[in-house]
Design a protein around this ligand. Structure first.
Ligand code: UDP
Length: 197
C-alpha cells in the first residue's frame, strides 16, 4: 500500500471509495487485516509512543480520520492525501454492502449496553445486516480469553474494536493470531457511541 508519512506515521494514500474496496479485498483474502483510523491527536500520540507507532506500521490500511491529517499532508513536500476518510463513515460504507458481501460484524467496546444499542440501530438502518455479537469494552485481563472465545464462536468475520487509542490498536495486534475467522479488525474509537445515537 502506498503511504504518506505524517510526522513519521504512515497513512494510506487512498480515497474513501478506495478504502471501501480495500476492505472488500481483505474480506476475501486470508488472515486478519488491521485497519486504523487516526485523527491528528492519535498521530501525535503515535509520534511520541514507539510501541504504538510500530503497531500502526503493521496495519494493512491506515485512513486519515480528521481533516487535520489531510491538511498536514498538504503542508509538507511530496504527495498529498486525497481526502478525509473518517472511520465512522468508512464503517457505514462497508455496512451498505454487508448483506451482499456476507460481512458478519462483532461490536467490541464502549460502555455496557452501547454496543448492543448500536447493533439494534444498525439492524434498522441496514435491513438484513448480520451483527453476530457484541461486548462492552470494560474488562479485566483475565476476561480476555472468554471475549476471544465469544468472538470466535459468533462466526464474525469483521470486528469493530472501540476501546480508544492506543488501547484498541494494541489489543488488535496482540490478539489477531487468536481470531482465525476475522478478516478485518477496525479500530473505531467512539464510533459505537455514534451509532447508538
Ligand atoms: N472505551 C472502552 N474501554 C476502555 C476505554 C474506552 O470501551 O477501557 C471506549 C469508550 O467508552 C468510548 C471509546 O472507547 O466508546 C473511545 O472513544 P474516543 O472517542 O475517546 O476514542 P478515540 O477515537 O479518540 O481514540
Amino acid at each position: 500500500m502506498n503511504t504518506i508519512e505524517i510526522l513519521g506515521v504512515p497513512i494510506s494514500n487512498i480515497t474513501m471509495d478506495g478504502a471501501v474496496e480495500k476492505v472488500s479485498e481483505f474480506m476475501k483474502s486470508d488472515g486478519l487485516h488491521p485497519v486504523y483510523t487516526p485523527n491528528p491527536e492519535i498521530v501525535m500520540l503515535a509520534k511520541g509512543n514507539k510501541a504504538f507507532l510500530e503497531v500502526i506500521k503493521k496495519a494493512d490500511l491506515v485512513v486519515p480520520d480528521g481533516i487535520g491529517v489531510v491538511i498536514a499532508s498538504k503542508l509538507q513536500k511530496g504527495e498529498r492525501l486525497p481526502e478525509r476518510v473518517a472511520g465512522y463513515d468508512l464503517v457505514q460504507n462497508t455496512m451498505k454492502r454487508a448483506v451482499k458481501e456476507g460481512y458478519k460484524y462483532y461490536f467490541f467496546g464502549s460502555k455496557p449496553g452501547i454496543a448492543e444499542e448500536a447493533a439494534q440501530k444498525m439492524r434498522e438502518t441496514y435491513p438484513g445486516i448480520q451483527i453476530v455479537g457484541t461486548r462492552d469494552g470494560y474488562f479485566k485481563k483475565e476476561d480476555e480469553p472468554a471475549i476471544i472465545e465469544d468472538i470466535n464462536a459468533s462466526g464474525a468475520n469483521i470486528l469493530l474494536v472501540a476501546l480508544g487509542a492506543p488501547k484498541q490498536e494494541m489489543w488488535i495486534e496482540e490478539n489477531k493470531h487468536l481470531l482465525p475467522n476475522v478478516r478485518v479488525a477496525i479500530g473505531v474509537g467512539g464510533s459505537l457511541d455514534g451509532m447508538a445515537g
